[in-house]
Design a protein around this ligand. Sequence first.
Ligand code: NAD
Length: 447
Amino acid sequence: MRVCVIGTGYVGLVTGACLAEIGHSVICVDKNTAKVSLMQSGKSPIFEPGLEEIMQSNMQAGRLQFTTDLAVGIEHGEIVFIAVGTPALPSGESDTRYVEAVARGIGSNLNGGYKVIVNKSTVPIGSGNWVQRMIIDAIAERQQDITGFDVVSNPEFLREGSAVYDTFNPDRIVLGSNSPRAIAMMQKLYAPIIERKFTVDNYLLPPVPMVITDLASAEMIKYAANAFLATKISFINEIANICDRVGADVTHVAKGIGLDSRIGSKFLQAGIGWGGSCFPKDVSALIHTAKDYGYDAQLLKTTVSVNKRQRLLIVEKLQQVLKILKGKTIGFLGLTFKPNTDDLRDAPAGDLLQALNRLGAKVKAYDPVISQVEADVTLVTDPEQLAQGCDALVLITDWQHFHNLDYAKLAKLMTNPVMIDGRNFFNPEDMAKAGFYYVGIGRPTTA
Ligand code: NAD
């Protein structure tokens, strides 16, 4: 099928490249000319495992192109994806101006036969109808005879860091629309994925479950999923903070409750809180939507406030060990909100960094994929440079290969061999053997 994807961020570029990989002819459109030139040369503007490889092979096969020309993309696509950003406004509301600009652009350029307009951006509930209205209005201004279009909500659940894998192996595909014709086209588009043609060892797996529903329910599914996951993390962090006080070990508690199939073990890792480009803005947007409809979303508000407090817990732990932080040097192992991504949006490290700077501490950081940041932090290029002269290291991001560093050597390079483990990533005994005074989250300290 012929596909157009508007917006080539983490979602749009991965969607475009993966749809090309399963055999469709895809044109990706972005207004950022530098980004488009980079992608036209076969380079990915983001760090995402496996992405550049499928970009290049599909460009060579003639199935994937990039342009800044919206008209070219819309002319090409029988299915047109909107995948632009929906960041949070200072009020917590979702900023839908990019979606609005694209919807108007689609209406101004729509031509030819029937098209399906797919909203993949996470948008406030009711946006599907609003997008439809804007397209109709833009068409009316041109007084042209358009064969027709329908709007589908197809929320995205990929995780940064495993976005390509997730696109080929989704837990479910959600389609919201009141048009059976549009839904049928979407099912045809996703058929190779639904039938697990791109799943390794697919022979035992049933087809990918589909949830076919109305626009508003599809939009709500995305918000409810992220709000639930964020709440699950805030829940275990709350339990961890109680564990810290009573002397229990939250990693054992999480195992003990996670084995209950009603609870499940995922998203029960206590740490420095959730972040990234989705959870914070999506939970805030849902709280805002609830308020607009006269409902005070108390549980979700608490999910957010527990998380805000959790991000600064490391400061308390550093103060308990080092007492005065003014003039001390703290080293961050990792900066991003999770491993395998270079996305720094709303990472917990940002709040922590600001708090430490305010208290007069100097912060150094080593991150395997970040080479520049707009913050008051000294970036170094290897873990030994990081440890040199530090009063404490803080594990911020649980990159698997951080397990393989020579911690005995790092401890010797430090002024004070203190390890604050923001992800309960290390074995406390191993850290103690390496010479560290080890502090985790909700688990006993070892020296
Ligand atoms: P992003 O900020 O990484 O990328 C958005 C892209 O859209 C940018 O390249 C930008 O230049 C482009 N753009 C903006 N306006 C445009 C226009 N008028 N025409 C063409 N291009 C335009 O965003 P993202 O992280 O990919 O997120 C996109 C949407 O998907 C958001 O609504 C987000 O909430 C949702 N989402 C994101 C993730 C994730 O992990 N990042 C996961 C699920 C859902």
